[in-house]
Write a protein that binds this ligand. Structure first.
Ligand SMILES: [Zn+2]
Length: 278
């Protein structure tokens, strides 16, 4: 009897990814080189368009955070093991995705994180709904002691000492912490605060590629609104409890074109509120 023909398995080896772009230092496989460049001094376009695109290096984080990122001491190791949990506990915005779990049902292999559609970042109201514990940006408006208690209540497995130090750090160096507190102070003094909102808008003149420390005034302007008038769809609307027409359930989706999209969520990567690449 004849056997079914099985295509023999051929190993395809690209070699090592060890060829550095002479402009930006990105590592490549040799096959990625421009066809008209010699093997001995390969040139690459896909990383930086032959040096045309120049991205500044990430700013060095504050000393305490730098130690947590790099040190091998037990506190730093514990931090890195749980870094996404620490980040979520300290973020101003939440992230929502539809997670597709069907790929994980076979019970073997490493877990896969597959999502349907896009990643969405959500901004909530400055005050929680009645009977609901405060979270995200709402925690920056509370006094530090109370905020820390809420953060630890939700994250009992994390280090109290590390959480407290990170919270103190962000309340000091992160401009959005001051912006949210200021917005709260302004809204609180409207006679009927339910009716009012404030827009958080990145200053148009700001050079988004600049990596100096931004101050709160440089990062964003807060623009009073009546909660009804049309606003730029890229603005982030801050209100005490949320205008019903616009914010279903008090949550507003943040445009991924907003310069604060990345720093409001990834607070440990952008501790000083540096604008994202948009
Ligand atoms: Zn390059």
């Amino acid at each position: 009897a004849r056997r079914h023909y099985v295509e023999p398995v051929v190993q395809h080896d690209l070699g090592s990814m060890e060829y550095a772009c002479s402009h930006c230092g990105a590592l490549h496989w040799l096959r990625e080189k421009l066809s008209d460049s010699p093997k001995r001094s390969p040139r690459f376009r896909m990383c930086c368009k032959l040096g045309e695109v120049c991205i500044p290096l990430l700013q060095r984080p504050p000393e305490f955070l730098h130690r947590l990122f790099t040190s091998m001491d037990p506190q730093a190791k514990e931090f890195r093991e749980n870094i996404s949990q620490y980040n979520s506990a300290l973020a101003f915005t939440s992230v929502g995705v539809s997670i597709d779990d069907t790929v994980n049902q076979r019970g073997r292999g490493p877990p896969i994180f597959r999502i349907h559609g896009e990643l969405k970042h959500w901004s909530g109201t400055l005050l929680p709904r009645e009977g609901v514990a405060p979270s995200y940006a709402q925690l920056y408006i509370l006094d530090p002691h109370t905020a820390l208690a809420y953060r630890m209540q939700r994250n009992e497995n994390l280090s109290h000492q590390t959480m407290e130090a990170l919270q103190t750090l962000l309340r000091t160096v992160n401009p959005y912490s001051h912006i949210y507190q200021h917005a709260y102070e302004v809204l609180r003094h409207y006679p009927d605060a339910q009716e009012f909102s404030i827009s958080l808008r990145v200053m148009p003149g700001q050079d988004r590629r600049r990596y100096n420390l931004p101050t709160a005034d440089e990062v964003a302007a807060i623009v009073p609104g009546d909660g009804i008038q049309a606003v730029d769809r890229r603005d982030i609307i801050l209100s005490l409890r949320g205008g019903e027409a616009r914010q279903a359930g008090g949550l507003q989706r943040i445009s991924d074109g907003h310069a604060a999209y990345a720093p409001l969520h990834y607070v440990l990567l952008f501790p000083q509120g540096q604008s994202g690449w948009h």
